[in-house]
Design a protein around this ligand. Structure first.
Ligand SMILES: Nc1ncnc2c1ncn2[C@@H]1O[C@H](COP(=O)(O)OP(=O)(O)OP(=O)(O)O)[C@@H](O)[C@H]1O
Length: 314
């Protein structure tokens, strides 16, 4: 098993009768930011807990480089940010990060230096002396991230790190994580907000009902789907020109049609420029654009292609 990174191989886990993971497989390579995506209850947290050794899988294996993770008990070089906040409310922001650094074996001097660097990077430098329960929700989230990163972990697992952050903080955090990944760190984060993260990570693993439904590079998955969306800003309400493209089954499909704003999905075998030409033949086209499908659309297409169990039981 020589492949670098984390590899999850057909992992199964049940809580009593409820199957949370039903043979999920995926890879987290070093050097790239990987998003573990899926709707509520898909199994993301359960998989992360298995990676961290908090839960033991009922079946399947997890590998880190050439080592089977079930045989590894030492994850001191890992960083984990759980979905629930785990800060000491009365402790100041700076002391908190230093404390976690000390827990991971850093000297006080080293922990303090790293805590200052991280809080500056997360734009919390001026909050060093502030009690953590006096910080806003988004600030507490960033502080929690600092506690997970203070020991410069080689593997970083973050459960819903973007939930509750404003768009600027989302972009800052993703840039920071991308940089960690580029420096050789393994970075895996989860999110149920598919479209929020589609521009943030390079690779995704999409799970649903405990199974992998889509995995790979975001740009390749979006381009390879063959589905494109054509947006047309047309002057005329006439749609007669569209009829020849609307074949039952695989034809052009109207996503929305609001007076002058028309959105269509264009299947791989239809030339979007032919659709545009037809629109122009019936009146002025004031604006147009061709877009790739969103991750939500890819997810919906992937899950509609396979039968989805209502409630998975053993
Ligand atoms: N401790 C537990 N006991 C029983 N069932 C559990 C437990 N933890 C999770 N589950 C169940 O396992 C399934 C997967 O849950 P999990 O928390 O892994 O999903 P998730 O993808 O992280 O969801 P979310 O986006 O809502 O956080 C759900 O059906 C959930 O009810």
């Amino acid at each position: 098993m020589g492949t670098a990174g984390l590899r999850v191989d057909r992992v199964v886990h049940a809580f009593g009768e409820r199957v949370a993971l039903d043979g999920v497989s995926c890879a987290v390579p070093p050097g790239r930011l990987t998003g573990l995506l899926g709707p509520n209850g898909a199994g993301k947290t359960t998989l992360m807990r298995i990676l961290l050794g908090v839960l033991t899988p009922d079946g399947g294996e997890v590998w880190l480089d050439a080592q089977r993770l079930q045989d590894v008990h030492d994850r001191r070089s890992w960083g984990y940010m759980p979905q629930e906040r785990g800060l000491y409310p009365a402790m100041t922001a700076g002391a908190q990060v230093v404390h976690f650094g000390r827990l991971h074996g850093l000297s006080r001097t080293e922990a303090t230096a790293r805590a200052h660097a991280l809080l500056d990077e997360l734009e919390l430098g001026d909050r060093w002396e502030e009690r953590s329960d006096r910080l806003s929700g988004g600030m507490q989230q960033r502080l929690q991230l600092a506690t997970a990163l203070v020991h410069a972990p080689g593997v970083v697992v973050l459960d819903e790190p973007f939930a509750g952050l404003d768009p600027v903080a989302v972009e800052q955090l993703s840039a920071m994580l991308r940089q960690r990944a580029a420096d050789g760190c393994l970075v895996l984060f989860s999110s149920h907000q598919l479209d929020l993260v589609q521009d943030l990570c390079e690779d995704i693993v999409m799970v649903d009902h405990g199974r992998t439904v889509l995995a790979g590079s975001v740009s390749e998955l979006r381009a390879a789907s063959g589905q494109r969306r054509l947006r047309l800003h047309v002057e005329s309400p006439d749609r007669g020109w569209l009829r020849p493209f609307e074949q039952p089954g695989d034809g052009v499909r109207v996503v929305s049609d609001h007076t002058d704003d028309l959105r269509l999905t264009v299947p791989p075998d239809v030339d979007p420029l032919a659709v545009l030409d037809a629109a122009r033949s019936s009146g002025r086209v004031l604006d147009f654009g061709l877009e790739l499908p969103t991750l939500s659309e890819l997810f919906l297409a992937a899950v509609s292609a396979e039968p989805v169990p209502e409630e998975v039981h053993r």
